[in-house]
Design a protein around this ligand. Structure first.
Ligand SMILES: C[S@@+](CC[C@H](N)C(=O)[O-])C[C@H]1O[C@@H](n2cnc3c(N)ncnc32)[C@H](O)[C@@H]1O
Length: 344
């Protein structure tokens, strides 16, 4: 199976982090109330390698510390944090950040009473098994489940009445979107459902009965990526046909789609399913996801366009677009947060 080389980052700014972390605190407080395990294995699926790579791990460790039972014998003594991403993730950089992360947590402990924290890498796809059966008490995943295992090219490229010969059917868009045909949208939806159910089925094996999953996703595809590529095509930097044939393995599900897949798969009960609308004001260029573009270009774009220096060219085109009139518009980023508990 082919995996995307590298994918888009959305920065963990204060409010989006709050939305994700409050659900994680809730999960951990339930785990602690049920019976705090002596060793708490926690996994972050799709940790990436940027400044956010240890953010979920850090929030989980903080939450355990905060919700520890008062009776010393009942406290969690060890937290093992498993950081997962695709094998081509820059784990070297992530692991270099581990010692300062551990030091910070040791320093936050008063009297050395806190749990011992250990960090492990778990390279591989979360659409299959990564961990031994019934080992994890908490699984978190933030802005990663959008990335599909593949784009269903067969359907996208099939000739049909809605396609002119030689013109690909997802013209003007690089994912399922407003300008995509119903067939393209359906193909993306199907792929997401299939992938998400595989994710849940693998998790069902790995999470202990009563264990939790806290998943966050954004509910809208960042349309600016297609806009920037169109700009580059009109400037002659990229061939228009190559832009038209570029389809990103990215899908933003709605809450109902998430609910439906969880219910059909059947291993988890839904304890929380929330949309958090976060208004972002001011220049688009200053927003957290702006910095993500460079990372995004380094992978999928290079792979598809095979144009030397495409990263820099994309950066310049993005800069121009972010400096334009639309750059000042406020936008609402909607974050979906799903809390699931493994059925016993
Ligand atoms: C947008 S980043 C999210 C980074 C971080 N979790 C955050 O909240 O900022 C998405 C990450 O998911 C990873 N990813 C995509 N598909 C994956 C898969 N099938 N298995 C594991 N990781 C995957 C990507 O490599 C990327 O690092």
């Amino acid at each position: 199976m082919a995996f995307p080389v590298s994918v888009c980052m959305i920065g963990g700014d204060g409010e989006t982090s709050y939305a994700k972390n409050s659900a994680m605190h809730e999960a951990i407080s339930h785990l602690c109330a049920a019976a705090m395990p002596r060793c708490l294995p926690v996994a972050d699926l799709g940790c990436s390698s940027g400044p956010n790579a240890l953010a979920l791990a850090s929030a989980a460790v903080d939450a355990v510390r905060r919700h520890q039972p008062s009776v010393a014998e009942q406290r969690c003594r060890e937290i093992s944090v498993y950081l997962n991403d695709l094998p081509n993730n820059d784990f070297n950089t992530v692991f270099k950040d581990v010692p300062p992360f551990l030091r910070e947590h040791e320093e936050a402990e008063s009297g050395g009473e806190g749990p011992l924290v250990m960090v492990f890498g778990a390279p591989g796809s979360f659409y299959g098994r990564l961990f031994p059966a019934e080992t994890l008490h908490l699984v978190c995943s933030s802005f990663s489940l959008h990335w599909l295992s593949q784009v269903n090219l067969q359907l996208v490229f099939r000739k049909n009445w809605w396609m002119d010969y030689g013109v690909l059917i997802n013209k003007g868009s690089v994912s399922a979107g407003r300008t995509s045909s119903p067939a393209v949208n359906a193909a993306y939806t199907r792929q997401f459902e299939q992938d998400f159910k595989r994710f849940l089925a693998a998790g069902a094996e790995e999470v202990v009965p009563g264990g939790w999953m806290v998943l966050s996703l954004c509910d809208r595809y960042p349309e600016f990526i297609a806009e920037i590529l169109q700009d580059m095509a009109s400037q002659g930097v990229l061939a228009a046909a190559k832009v038209d044939s570029f389809n990103e393995p990215f899908y933003s599900p709605c809450l109902e789609e998430l609910r439906g897949a969880v219910e059909q798969e059947g291993s988890f009960e839904i304890l929380g399913l929330e949309r958090h609308g976060i208004l972002e004001r001011g220049p688009r260029g200053a927003r957290p996801w702006r910095g993500s573009c460079a990372c995004w270009t380094s992978g999928l774009l290079v792979q598809h366009f095979r144009v030397e220096g495409i990263g820099d060219a994309y950066g310049r085109a993005a800069e121009e677009r972010f400096m334009g009139p639309a750059a000042e518009e406020d936008t609402t980023v909607v974050v979906l947060v799903v809390s699931l508990r493994r059925r016993k």
